[in-house]
Design a protein around this ligand. Sequence first.
Ligand code: DAK
Length: 262
Amino acid sequence: MADQYVQLQWVEPGIALLTITREKSLNALNSEVLDQLEASLNVVEDSPEARVVIVTGQGQKAFVAGADIAAINQAPDLEHAHHFAERGQKLFHRFQTSRVLSIAAINGYALGGGMELALALDMRIAAESARLGQPEINLGIIPGFGGTQRLARLVGSGRALWMIASGEPVLAGDALTMGLVDGVVPLDSLMEECLRRARILAKQAPLALVESKRMVVGSRDWEVRTGLDAEAEAFARMVVSKDGREGTRAFLEKRAPEFRGD
Ligand code: DAK
């Protein structure tokens, strides 16, 4: 039987927790982990109730210490190495474009492919003890799961190139200052903080939540004019949606809204 490397739990209605459980190898991403992450994301997306997925690593030491270095070393030729990179990129793109919002609970090292996974999720909350970096250059390679592109967009090209070309990791506090993570908390309150944020998101009007993500994620690729047109179109749909009518009516009637997802 194949090893179980990803655990899926429904923490509360609408909130899923994916834990990468390859702790002995610091949760490094091999093909099995990538396959199981994809299968778990399929299950989450198949649930109409799903609103938020939190992704974390087992143990106190690592979120994910990278793509599996042994697997990279054994790539027999250019074609296989390219396929491995595309495999990870495709999966991370699926998290990015999923209707379900995602939070990385960075409990320790987020290095190489691990940092790239965190970059592909919608928000990143790190434990004070976490370190984040793209150390691939120390192995004579470069990031292959989207890191060169997403990191530069998030923190600017100077900082991104420094991290990628020097291989030097940053501490969680510095990652917060440079906008690489969105919050830093003590390790023992990491899950509580991620859940606090997930609960706030999960109770919002479902259609507006999905459109909020689609617009903000889209803004990374779109021309401003394209993005503004998309926003105006989505805004209009939300205004005339049942939940949009309910939310505005509830405000005027001074009561809490009851959103139903239509
Ligand atoms: N892969 C495989 N095993 C890993 C690993 C990794 N990325 N990171 C750690 N491990 C394993 C260690 O080999 C060790 O295994 P055993 O010896 O016990 O069997 C175990 O986890 C514990 O690690 P350490 O003994 O090293 O623990 P320490 O506390 O001493 O050090 C560390 C922790 C995180 C500083 C250290 O483990 C470390 O430097 N790890 C490697 C970090 C790293 O370089 N990450 C980037 C990996 S490269 C591409 C596609 C994707 C990518 C690139 C190209 N294409 C196909 C083009 C992405 C590449 C990467 O992510």
